[in-house]
Design a protein around this ligand. Structure first.
Ligand SMILES: [Zn+2]
Length: 162
């Protein structure tokens, strides 16, 4: 993913300074704040949300509800819940934004690049042929936010209809 340009991610550094865990904060938030939090879907054991500092349009994250950074300590039901939601996200993204492929992965530990190492999360990043030159046109923060809102609406609609 290194070759994707994402200059708005500079904002990430200040956002990361917010107290507490992003995933736990969003999980506990009221449903009426889902748009502001970019939360797309809740399952009993997992949640899906848009990344506010995306590597590409439609960049989603799926996390277990439980605050854990240890994949090896997750139970079968929790693992299945998270992966089933990842699968559903791929389906909704395919139907909603029609990517040519995906980057899918988990960074475990700060050294591996995890921004939030204590609460593990899968990244699903849609990819399009030639997209390395696509996102810089959205480098303006205001445009990125508008784009995020539209993407959120599209994906929430996709989840609700599927
Ligand atoms: Zn957490």
């Amino acid at each position: 993913m290194d070759h994707l340009h994402a200059p708005w991610r500079m904002e990430y550094i200040s956002a990361e300074a917010q107290p507490g865990c992003l995933f736990c904060r969003v999980r506990e938030a009221r449903p009426e704040d889902d748009r502001a939090n970019l939360l797309i879907w809740r399952e009993p054991e997992a949640i899906a949300l848009l990344n506010r500092f995306p590597y590409n349009s439609g960049h989603l994250m799926v996390a277990p509800r439980r605050h854990t950074g240890d994949l090896t300590a997750m139970g079968d039901a929790e693992l299945l819940a998270v992966l089933a939601l990842v699968q559903r996200c791929l389906r909704v993204l395919a139907d909603s934004v029609h990517p040519d492929g995906f980057n899918l992965g988990v960074n475990l530990g700060k050294v591996a690049g995890a921004g939030i190492a204590d609460h593990l999360h899968f990244h699903a990043v849609p990819r399009w042929d030639g997209d390395t030159n696509f996102m810089p046109v959205l480098a303006d923060v205001k445009v990125v936010n508008e784009h995020l809102e539209r993407t959120w609406e599209k994906l929430v609609a996709g989840f609700s209809s599927g």
